[in-house]
Ligand binder design. Structure first.
Ligand code: CTP
Length: 406
């Protein structure tokens, strides 16, 4: 499963370090070439000799212990890795990675590594839930670091709570899934819209909505990480935009429509996660509107429904819309799917806790022409996005074989 893959395994200092031995052994059994870097604290819990024997490579602890004069070890290890796996990842190592500290062999190598990173945290529950750790993990998540959640159970410190390192089998499975997903959308062109549109009525004022752009950004990131070439058309957003893709900034629905249409022909998949204004002010004043009477009446006109327009012009593109609802979710979602000729509709009840605008989680129900396809529980927007993109990848016509001609 992992044949031909080079994995840099960073082992940091927690009691769960002992599980790194079994993890290393399983990765090697799956065919991976594993190079181990341990922190000094990790070496207090488990010996480098154990990791060396299991990985069949010299284990690195000290930045200045340069054994091969032909290379600079931390750069060489960073460059060769297809994946960096931190297991167990302590709060301290996550903090160092989040803030760019490089004061030992592992943190220095991490700063030099451009390969994707998967971290499996393990620590006391209060350390895991500390605002600093939470903020560091959020920051790392935005930069593309993936996390394998710790399990809940008896912790070494005596608590029964969340913080146990995921089991080695689970970590190996996640690594396998990661490599398999890297090529799921290779060669595909994906257009994602995100954020809330802004409809101006004077130079400093506009109508908008609560969308943060987080769901659209997570979808764009997931598509990028599955090998797609991604264009992200983003209106007003409060979250930082991801890298590694073409980013097109727009304000109004009209601009979003133009940008989407100009890329539509070349697109394989279009995901319309943006919250587009349904109406815009008819008059856009050139100068700032002055306060006059006690009331102000503003006339609005309907905007073009971008998704419906794309649905009308569809020529083989896979079209995905969203439906943010407050009632009769399924019924409204199916209605939108049919009206807008989309292939999937991702619906959520925005009144539900942990779903909808401006939060980091979502809970969606995905529909196709025949009805409900999947009802996802409350998940991070990133996890929701990955599940959605997998579902889309599964439904694309295969490049070869009989399915394409059916
Ligand atoms: N949408 C769009 N252009 C619009 C309005 C909506 O492309 N002018 C897209 C959204 O990006 C989303 C889907 O249509 O993918 C559903 O949006 P939503 O606002 O939930 O639906 P509406 O059709 O506007 O219906 P309503 O507001 O009445 O629920």
């Amino acid at each position: 499963m992992l044949h031909g893959k080079t994995i840099l395994l960073g082992v940091t200092g927690g009691i769960a370090a002992f599980k790194a031995a079994s993890l290393c052994s399983k990765l090697v059994q799956q065919g991976a070439e594993v190079h181990v870097i341990m922190t000094e604290s990790a070496a207090r819990f488990i010996t480098p000799l154990t990791m060396q024997t299991l990985s069949r490579h010299h284990v690195h602890l000290d930045t200045f212990d340069e054994k091969d004069p032909a290379v600079v070890t931390h750069i060489n290890l960073a460059d060769r890795a297809d994946l960096v796996l931190l297991a167990p990842a302590t709060a301290n190592t996550l903090a160092k990675l989040a803030h760019g500290l490089a004061d030992d062999m592992l943190s220095t190598t991490l700063l030099a590594a451009t390969a994707p990173i998967i971290a499996a945290p393990a620590m006391n529950v209060h350390m895991y839930e500390h605002p600093a750790t939470v903020a560091n993990m959020e920051l790392l998540g935005r930069r593309g670091v993936r996390f394998i959640d710790p399990g809940t159970g008896q912790l070494a410190c005596g608590y029964v709570a969340k913080g146990r390192l995921a089991e080695p089998e689970e970590i190996v499975e996640a690594v396998g899934r990661f490599f398999a997903s890297q090529t799921l959308l290779q060669g595909k062109r994906v257009v994602v819209t995100a954020g809330g549109t802004m409809e101006r009525f004077d130079p400093v004022r506009y109508l908008t909505n609560d969308s943060s752009g987080k769901m659209g950004f997570a979808i764009a990131e997931a598509a990028r990480d599955m090998g797609a070439s991604v264009t992200l058309i983003a209106a007003r957003t409060s979250a930082p935009a991801p890298g590694g893709m073409e980013l097109v900034r727009v304000e109004s629905g009209e601009q979003m429509l133009d940008e989407a249409l100009s890329r539509y022909e070349g697109a394989d998949i279009v995901v319309k996660a943006a919250a587009v204004a349904d109406y815009r002010p008819i008059v856009r004043h050139e100068t700032k509107l002055k306060k006059t009477g006690d009331t102000l009446v503003m006339e609005l006109e309907k905007t073009t429904d971008i998704l419906a327009e794309l649905g009308r012009r569809k020529k083989g593109q896979f079209l995905v819309g969203f439906a943010a609802e407050t009632d009769r979710v399924d019924e409204h979602a199916m209605g939108k799917l049919q009206r807008k000729n989309s292939d999937l509709i991702v619906a959520n009840d925005v009144t539900m806790e942990g779903a909808g605008f401006n939060v980091d989680t979502n809970s969606v129900r995905i529909f196709d022409r025949n009805g409900l396809v999947e009802a996802l529980p409350v998940l991070s927007k990133r996890e929701t996005a990955e599940r959605l993109m997998r579902l889309i990848a599964d439904r694309l016509p295969r490049r070869t074989g009989t399915e394409a001609s059916l």
